[in-house]
Design a protein. Structure first.
Length: 224
């Protein structure tokens, strides 16, 4: 979310809420270390408010599962995102982390080790999301976190959607580009791609779509 807290720009009500929630949401030491490590490598991570939302969504999405809930993370920030999702998963839940950069996956592995997460609860696929999601079992996942460039949103969503079981959740952070999709004067490639994706996702058959002012404007799709 854009920073509007300078002295020349008074806080909006939404900005004030975000600041309060981020300042008062407790986070584990493991998440704090993972956030610090990710930032040292220039990896953008979700704020505390978004992390709490992810934990809640993971818990709700997997609540109806009788056993072995599962999630997919396609993001450079898999370590931080994964720790938030693990907080909402049952002890037998498994995370699949997808990112082509081995450095990003090393950060996630270290974050999981620091948090004491068992190796059999994590899987790493070092490939671009659109090239590897076809290998995953369809209708087997409770949540997919899809952090991709605007130009890849629709292609990645098309690959991710079949992976979700009925009632599963697809989270696309940054899909609304901090609200710039609403600015008709913005005609750059990223904005145009995000705007097209926003329009098409709203019309996706079999999905309940919610857009929220978190994670630079996130689109949430619930299957069924």
């Amino acid at each position: 979310m854009s920073d509007t807290s300078s002295s020349s720009s008074p806080l909006t009500a939404l900005d004030a809420v975000v600041q309060h929630v981020n300042a008062t949401t407790p986070q584990s030491d493991a998440i704090g270390r993972a956030v610090e490590s990710a930032r040292e490598y220039g990896v953008a991570v979700p704020d505390a408010m978004t992390g709490a939302f992810l934990t809640a969504m993971m818990s709700l999405a997997s609540a109806r599962r009788t056993g072995h809930p599962a999630a997919v993370i396609a993001s450079p920030a898999a370590g931080v995102v994964g720790l938030h999702l693990m907080a909402g998963l049952a002890d037998d839940g498994v995370l699949t982390c997808i990112d082509p950069e081995l450095e990003h996956q090393a950060l996630a592995k270290q974050a999981f080790r620091d948090a004491g997460i068992r190796p059999n609860r994590q899987r790493f696929l070092p490939s671009p999301p659109t090239e590897v999601m076809d290998r995953l079992a369809p209708s087997s996942y409770d949540l997919v976190y899809l952090d991709v460039e605007p130009s890849a949103i629709l292609a990645a969503q098309e690959k991710a959607w079949p992976l979700l079981r009925e009632g599963g959740v697809l989270v696309i952070p940054g899909a609304l580009l901090d609200g710039t999709v609403e600015d008709a004067s913005r005609t750059d490639r990223d904005t145009a791609a995000a705007r097209l994706a926003d329009q098409q996702l709203l019309e996706l058959e079999g999905a309940r779509v919610v857009r929220l002012p978190i994670a630079a404007g996130a689109t949430i799709l619930v299957k069924g």
